[in-house]
Design a protein. Structure first.
Length: 207
């Protein structure tokens, strides 16, 4: 009754989005934009609400960025409840389109997004979440493939938690910034555990 048909097409996220737009236009569907969708941003913003409800004295919140909806929604909720909390976004070095856009204020693109962290592999920035990120995020950093693999390994070893590359990006950023935030209470958004067995093994066996 509520089933769906999955159409797999394209080499990456952005080509899949273009295919979705074409299908919507052809069949009269409503295309739900993965970035420029206010209700989606409001929905994922409940992450920030839950963080503040459970830890109102939090000092720092770090979120991964794919399209920017999750990080933007989370930062909006956090800053609304406590403007003093520092919010940080993190993206992969090999897919820095949103990072570049955050820095420049323009919608930037990259020709490729060659990262194993599928959830961060966006080549194009989105106008709506970019504006939110620039208004509510205090800092934005990049992490390497090796840093994300190390974070996956740390989650597995110390928390018995399986994280995908995008999910581990926040921990990778926290490790990178450990000296700056020593003694602070930090919340990390772990956005998913959709990792293949091969990728998980590669992370476990990383340096």
């Amino acid at each position: 009754m509520h089933g769906a048909t999955i159409h797999e097409k394209g080499k990456d996220f952005d080509e899949a989005v273009e295919n979705g737009k074409q299908l919507a236009e052809k069949h009269g569907y409503r295309f739900i934009n993965s970035g420029n969708e206010p209700r989606l941003i409001a929905g994922v913003g409940t992450i920030g609400l839950e963080i503040m409800q459970q830890m109102p004295d939090i000092d720092v919140v770090i979120s991964p960025v794919g399209s920017g909806t999750g990080a933007g929604g989370t930062a909006t909720a956090v800053k609304t409840l406590n403007p003093g909390v520092k919010t940080i976004s993190v993206q992969a070095e090999n897919a820095p389109s949103i990072y570049m856009s955050y820095k420049s204020g323009n919608l930037e693109s990259t020709p490729t997004a060659e990262t194993f962290a599928d959830g961060l592999a966006t080549r194009n920035a989105f106008k709506l979440p970019l504006g939110i990120l620039r208004s509510h995020v205090d800092d934005f950093i990049l992490v390497s493939e090796d840093e994300m693999r190390h974070a996956i390994k740390l989650y597995l070893e110390h928390c018995h938690t399986v994280a995908e590359g995008a999910g581990a990006a926040s921990l990778a950023a926290a490790v990178k910034l450990k000296d700056e935030f020593k003694g602070k209470k930090i919340a990390l958004v772990l956005s998913g555990g959709n990792i293949t067995f091969e990728e998980l093994l590669k992370s476990i066996n990383s340096g």
